[in-house]
Design a binder for this molecule. Structure first.
Ligand code: NAD
Ligand code: 6OD
Length: 486
């Protein structure tokens, strides 16, 4: 049986306690490996390695040298593309067709893009007058923050981990990564790539385990960690924020969402259906930016629902590697229980189940996987729990609306504020509505179209801070002012 170990100080190590947990493939439910579970010992070692690396060979590199190493890491991922693809799809069950175009290429791109961003970042300077007439010059420089804890979710494991490790390393920090317990593989494989690329020991470390009373908590509580970047549930963010309060450590949080999609009668219907289908069902609905609340202007409501129903029923669950598969399983049996509990709740709350609502009958070895049917509801009030709470599965509720003011108020009536999608061919309306939606990102006539130079993050309970482009540099470095009296 495969063993997945921690990656500490450039070596693969098991836990001193000998404790392990199962690595399960969600497409089949089969145990495919054993993962070492870190105790405080391993977390201490990883943080110590990361601290030492700050003042070792890594700390002495200039920005060009660092960026060259990160380019090599990106090339290393691409050189082992098929291994990353197989590992990511086994851990998540997601279709190869999806991960081949999104997860793995972004895993590599995240290193190159942030290397370029740091290399091209300009520093500000200010001249000032002084009483003696000689003057002074102030200029700012960016220095690394130190050891960054990177705590990751399971939905886009490599993409979301490198989205943070890339800028953290580009800025000269060192990292200790805690991947999700559900998806330990690609973070570990990246350790091999770091060694092959020549990244010095201790710069990139990985510890495996769970959250509370396990590796996640030990890492975020550790006084040797200078800042914490986290992607995951809002409730977990609250726990991590409490841990970060000790020592007044900085946090960057990308949290949950219950994102609205607003479809106006003047939309291009084909594009709105295609985009809403993707935003509700891609990655089996396990995308934080996904649309779980769809509002459709009344004149096109019936046609929109009918076309979404046909689209959902045409999705093809299957083996991740099969070319025609475009729907994977949920990530785990635990998550399936949660999603199915919302399927039951929606029915109890009086939803009209347009399609789905249950578990598909899967053939052969897939019968043991965490499959659920793509599901569409109509008929619930905006205050139904299935319409207010994040489900994170392949499902959405569609409701009609009558005017712009009404739909903006309903879309904003949520404790979350991560993303929104607006479908309209009226350019004035597009600007007007997008400007008033309480969301960190609003797409008009598209969804998940990413320019990595732009700010990314959530309003309200969907996050703290922004990452992306120069916004990442703000979190991953300290800005110092130097004042030179002439
Ligand atoms: P989660 O919060 O359960 O777990 C995320 C990570 O935190 C895991 O590695 C877990 O082990 C760790 N963890 C859990 N409790 C901890 C604790 N007390 N201390 C330290 N670490 C702890 O989230 P998940 O189930 O892995 O991911 C799904 C959630 O992530 C959804 O809510 C989704 O919306 C959110 N998400 C948000 C974004 C975004 O960009 N805003 C992106 C992806 C996922
Ligand atoms: O594309 C990204 O950079 C990003 N952070 C995506 C988040 C997706 C959430 O599931």
């Amino acid at each position: 049986m495969r063993k997945i170990k921690h990656f500490i100080d450039s070596g693969f190590v098991e836990s001193s306690s000998g404790k392990t947990f199962d690595q399960v493939a969600p497409a089949t439910g089969q145990v495919v490996g054993q993962v070492s579970e870190a105790g405080r010992n391993e977390v201490n070692q990883a943080v110590e390695a990361a601290r030492n690396a700050l003042t070792g060979e890594w700390g002495k590199l200039n920005v060009e040298q660092r960026c060259e190493l990160l380019y090599r890491v990106a090339d290393g991922i691409n050189a082992r593309f098929d291994e990353f693809l197989a590992a990511e799809c086994e851990d998540t069950g997601k279709p190869y067709s999806l991960a081949r175009h999104i997860d793995i290429p972004r895993g590599a791109a995240n290193f190159k893009i942030f290397a370029d961003t740091v290399r091209n970042a300009a520093n500000k300077s200010f001249e000032m007058a002084t009483p003696d007439g000689a003057g002074a010059i102030n200029y700012s420089v960016h220095v690394p923050k130190g050891v960054i804890a990177v705590v990751c979710p399971w939905n886009l494991p490599l993409l979301l981990m490198t989205w943070k490790v890339g800028p953290a390393l580009a800025c000269g920090n060192t990292v200790v990564v805690k991947p999700s317990e559900e998806t330990p593989a690609t973070a570990t494989l990246l350790g091999e790539v770091m060694n092959e690329a020549g990244v010095p020991a201790g710069v990139y470390n990985v510890v495996h385990g769970f959250g509370p009373n396990s590796a996640g908590a030990y890492l975020t509580e550790h006084p040797g960690v200078d800042a914490i970047t986290f992607t995951g549930e809002t409730g977990t963010g609250e726990a991590i924020m409490r841990a970060a309060a000790t020592g007044v450590r900085d946090v960057s949080f990308e949290l949950g969402g219950k994102n609205p999609g607003i479809v106006f009668a003047d939309c291009d219907m084909g594009k709105a259906i295609e985009g809403t289908m993707r935003s509700a069902f891609a990655n089996c609905g396990q995308v934080c930016l996904g649309t779980e609340r769809v509002f459709v202007e009344r004149p096109i409501f019936d046609e929109f629902v009918a076309r979404m129903k046909s689209g959902a029923e045409a999705l093809k669950p299957g083996h991740p590697e099969d070319a025609e598969t475009n729907l994977g399983p949920l990530v785990s049996e635990i998550h399936r229980k949660k999603v199915l509990s919302y399927y039951e709740l929606a029915a109890e709350e009086g939803a009209n189940v347009v399609t789905g609502g249950g578990v598909p009958k899967m053939p052969g070895d897939l019968a043991g996987g965490s499959w659920v049917e793509p599901t569409i509801w109509t008929g619930l009030d905006d205050d139904a729990r299935a319409v207010r709470e994040e489900i994170f599965g392949p499902c959405c509720h569609i409701s009609p609306f009558d005017d712009e003011e009404e739909v903006i108020a309903r879309a904003n009536d949520t404790e979350y504020g991560l993303a929104a999608a607006v479908w309209t061919e009226n350019v004035s309306r597009a600007h007007r509505v997008a400007g008033r939606l309480e969301a960190g990102i609003t797409w008009v006539n598209s969804w998940f179209l990413r320019d990595l130079r732009t700010p990314f993050g959530g309003m309200k309970q969907s996050g703290i801070g922004r990452e992306g482009g120069e916004y990442s540099l703000e979190f991953y470095s300290e800005t110092k002012n130097i004042c030179i009296k002439l």
